[in-house]
Design a protein around this ligand. Sequence first.
Ligand code: PLP
Length: 416
Amino acid sequence: MYDVNMVRADFPVLDREVSGHRLVYLDSANTSQKPRCVVGAVEEHYLHHNANVARAMHTLGAEATEAFEEARGKVAGFINAAGAEEIVFTKNASEALNLAANTLGARLAPGDEVVVSVMEHHSNLVPWQLACQRTGARLRWFDITEDGRLDLAKAHAEGLIGERTKIVSLTWASNVLGTVNPIQSIADQAHAVGAVMVVDGSQWVPQAPCDARASGADILVFTGHKMCGPTGIGVLWGRGALLAELPPFLGGGEMIEIVRMEGSTYAPPPHRFEAGTPPIAQAVGLGAAVDYLAGLGMADVHAHEQEITARILQGMASLDFIHVMGPTEMADRGGAVSFTVDGVHPHDLMQLLDSRGVAVRGGHHCAAPLHRRLGIQSSSRASGYLYTTKEDVDALIETLDWAHDFFTGRTRLRSL
Ligand SMILES: Cc1ncc(COP(=O)(O)O)c(C=O)c1O
């Protein structure tokens, strides 16, 4: 039985006050809070095992290397990779997506097409724009329907995925709309035309059980700090045979085999893609984070997240001045709930909510084209996680009601 209060006891930050109010942290799609065990693993590493990996042939070097490679194995197990060699550590999801766009992108030629969607985070858009600019390939994208899902009918009518498609790169779950995309069936279409399927799992891997090999993806990317891990660590998983074919991304120490002045040969994956000193303590922290998540059980984490998100949607439906962007039903929906409030700018709202201890995000959430597509500049976003309670959600809804009154002057004297 999932006990959210026991979970909360692992996150000391949730006990603090903000602006004289209990902290209600609803910005987990931006970054999650960290449990004690993750902070402890990083501290333990720095205090007792710190050395560089692979290079130092002494006890501490061996311990650091073992801890780093052990973390790789834990991450591999967490997403059901075929083996640790399929896990490349990067500094975040953005770097992992740049790795994919640079290495896969090296195969592109004029006339080839790369398919993304209008709901992508900038991290899964700009690297592909750059790859297309470098190679003369064309960038195309899925549009969305009124309810914020991929417009599959329009894509079909346009022949979006076809003979020219070489890469399809899609987010698994939108960081704005919450939409969960049908990755498997789109991967089937991509594979039918010989294209490679890249999936941005930044918002989904933290929330739900993930089987990378069964997902349809050839490359799956995610970021440690949204799943209880430290900042500064990201992951690129790739099918072994594909990784083995790809050229290096960054050059430097650790990624080489033999270096001569005339040229170099490269290490096999994953080290081929990890130039220089990697984020060692951060990987150790991510290893502790996936242990923590696995210990809670990702099926239970997912069920909790769904319950909390449903309550947010239900609460917002009771306020007629709030307009939720994206699906309002829980089917194929993740935990990001973005919305606009009649007559109130998201930045003003964010500040006012903060004055009551409620942390949400306001802005374009690194998805400016999506906002433009929806005819708005910015929105507010509430996102819970495994430590979010029903009381947090109720505080959000009450505070939204109060904030709307405050800004529109409906009843300024009303208090919570
Ligand atoms: C869907 C999605 N992709 C990519 C990223 C980028 O993650 P990072 O900033 O850790 O590189 C984010 C972060 O907000 C995201 O939500």
